[in-house]
Ligand binder design. Structure first.
Ligand SMILES: CC(=O)SCCNC(=O)CCNC(=O)[C@H](O)C(C)(C)COP(=O)(O)OP(=O)(O)OC[C@H]1O[C@@H](n2cnc3c(N)ncnc32)[C@H](O)[C@@H]1OP(=O)(O)O
Ligand SMILES: O=C([O-])CC(=O)C(=O)O
Length: 372
C-alpha cells in the first residue's frame, strides 16, 4: 500500500453536480461563465439540488420556502452572548450555531428524502441570518429580521447593514454567491460527504464542512488575502512584499490550486467586479494593489489567482468586515454541500480509505513501572 499525499489525483466518488474538466467549471453541465453573468443564486440552489434549472413556478416556490425559513430560533441569537463574543472568529461562531441549530430541528435525524429537502431549505435559509445576526450582536447592535420581499443576496446585505443595498451591490454579491456555490470534491465538500456517509445527519455534515472551509489553505484564504493587501498598503509596496515572502518560501494567499493548471475560471469575474467596485467606492488602491501582487507573483511562479484572491477586495468594497469573508463563502457553499450530502445519501457507501503505516514494527508491551 502506497499513500498519495493529499489524495492528489485520486477519484473518490462519482458525482453529477459540478465538473472541472480542462480548467472549465460547470454546474450540472452549465458553464460557470454563463451562470455568473445570468443566474440568480436561488436558481443555482435549485439547479444543484434538483440537477435542473427551475421554471418560474419552481423558482418562485423555492424563493418562498427560503423566505419562510430565514428567521432563527431566539435561542440561537441569545446563545451568541454566551460566547466570548469579542474574541471568537465568526467562522467558529457559525460552526457552533449551525451545530446548535440541529438541536432545534425536530427532523434533524429523520432521514427520508422529503425531510432532507425540508432541512436543506432550513439550513440554506438560516445560514445568512446567523452570519448577519452574529455580526450585529458582537457590535452591540440588535439583529435585523429578514424580509420576505427581498432576494437572498439583498436580504443578507440588508440584515448585515440595516439598509437596503444598492443594485450594483446586489449584482456583485449575487455573482459572488453564484461563483462560490459548488466546486466538485473540494476539501469541505469531501468532509461533508465523509461525515454523512456514516449515515450521520445533515447538520453534522454541514458543521464538519464549515470546520474544513475555515482553514487558510481553503476558504479561509480570502480573509488572509485582505490581511495581506492591508499590510502592503499601496501598489508601490507590492513588489517588495511578494518577493520577500517568496524568498522566505512563504505562500502568497489566493494563488495556486490543486486542480486548475491554466487558471481558475471564477477569478476573472471577481477581478472585473473588484475593478468596478473599487472605482465606485473611491478606493481604487485595493484593486491596484491586488493587480500588482497578481503581476509580480505570476512573473515568479506559474500559479494563477484562485477564487479567493479578488473576492477579498470585492467583499471589502461591499463594506463587509474582513473576518466575515469566509462565513460568506460558507453561506454560498452550503448549497453545494447540501447537494453533495443529498447525492451521497442516494447512493451511499461508507467512505473509509486506508493508511500506509510508517510507525515502528511489532513491539512488546512493557508495564509502566518497568519503563525507563
Ligand atoms: C477556495 C479554495 O480553497 S482555493 C485555494 C485557497 N488557498 C489559498 O489560496 C492558499 C495558497 N495556496 C496554496 O496553499 C496551494 O496552492 C493550495 C493549497 C491551494 C493547493 O495546494 P497543493 O496542490 O497541495 O500544492 P502545494 O501546496 O503542494 O504546492 C506545490 C508547490 O507550489 C508552491 N505554491 C503553491 N501555492 C503557492 C502560493 N500560493 N504561494 C507560493 N507558493 C505556492 C508550493 O510552495 C510548492 O512548491 P515546492 O514544490 O517548491 O515545494
Ligand atoms: O476545489 C478546491 O480544491 C478549492 C476550491 O477552489 C473551492 O472549494 O472552491
Amino acid at each position: 500500500m502506497t499513500a498519495t499525499r493529499g489524495l492528489e489525483g485520486i477519484v473518490a466518488t462519482t458525482s453529477s453536480i459540478s465538473s472541472i474538466i480542462d480548467d472549465t467549471l460547470t454546474y450540472v453541465g452549465y458553464n460557470i461563465d454563463d451562470l455568473a453573468e445570468k443566474a440568480s443564486f436561488e436558481e443555482i440552489i435549485y439547479l444543484l439540488w434538483h440537477l435542473e434549472l427551475p421554471n418560474s413556478e419552481q423558482l418562485q416556490e423555492l424563493k418562498q420556502q427560503l423566505a419562510d425559513n430565514m428567521e432563527l430560533p431566539q435561542e440561537i441569537i441569545d446563545s451568541f452572548n454566551t460566547y466570548p463574543i469579542n474574541k471568537v472568529h465568526p467562522m467558529a461562531a457559525l460552526r457552533t450555531a449551525v451545530s446548535a441549530l440541529g438541536l432545534y430541528d425536530e427532523e434533524a435525524d429523520v432521514m427520508d428524502k422529503e425531510a432532507n429537502f425540508r432541512k436543506a431549505v432550513r439550513l440554506q435559509a438560516k445560514m445568512p441570518t446567523i452570519v448577519a445576526a452574529f455580526s450585529r450582536v458582537r457590535k452591540g447592535l440588535t439583529p435585523i429580521a429578514p424580509r420576505k420581499d427581498l432576494s437572498f443576496a439583498e436580504n443578507f446585505l440588508y440584515m448585515l447593514k440595516g439598509k437596503e443595498p444598492e443594485p450594483i451591490e446586489v449584482e456583485a454579491f449575487n455573482k459572488a454567491l453564484v461563483l462560490h456555490a459548488d466546486h466538485e470534491l473540494n476539501a469541505s465538500t469531501f468532509t461533508a460527504r465523509v461525515c454523512v456517509a456514516t449515515l450521520s445527519d445533515m447538520y453534522s455534515g454541514v458543521t464538519a464542512a464549515i470546520g474544513a472551509l475555515k482553514g487558510p489553505l481553503h476558504g479561509g484564504a480570502n480573509e488572509q488575502v485582505m490581511k495581506m493587501l492591508t499590510e502592503i498598503g499601496s501598489p508601490e509596496n507590492a513588489e517588495k512584499y511578494v518577493l520577500d515572502k517568496l524568498s522566505k518560501k512563504e505562500k502568497i494567499m489566493g494563488f495556486g490550486h490543486r486542480v486548475y493548471r491554466k487558471g481558475d475560471p471564477r477569478a476573472k469575474h471577481l477581478q472585473e467586479m473588484s475593478k468596478k467596485l473599487t472605482e465606485i467606492t473611491g478606493e481604487p488602491e485595493w484593486y491596484e494593489i491586488s493587480a500588482k501582487v497578481h503581476e509580480v507573483f505570476t512573473s515568479q511562479k506559474p500559479l494563477p489567482p484562485n477564487v479567493d484572491f479578488y473576492s477579498a477586495s470585492v467583499y471589502h468594497s461591499l463594506g463587509i468586515d474582513h473576518d466575515l469573508f469566509t462565513p460568506i463563502f460558507a453561506v454560498s457553499r452550503v448549497s453545494g454541500w447540501i447537494a453533495h450530502i443529498l447525492e451521497q445519501y442516494e447512493n451511499n457507501r461508507l467512505i473509509r480509505p486506508r493508511a500506509e503505516y510508517t510507525g515502528p514494527g511489532l513491539r512488546k508491551y512493557v508495564p509502566v513501572d518497568e519503563r525507563n
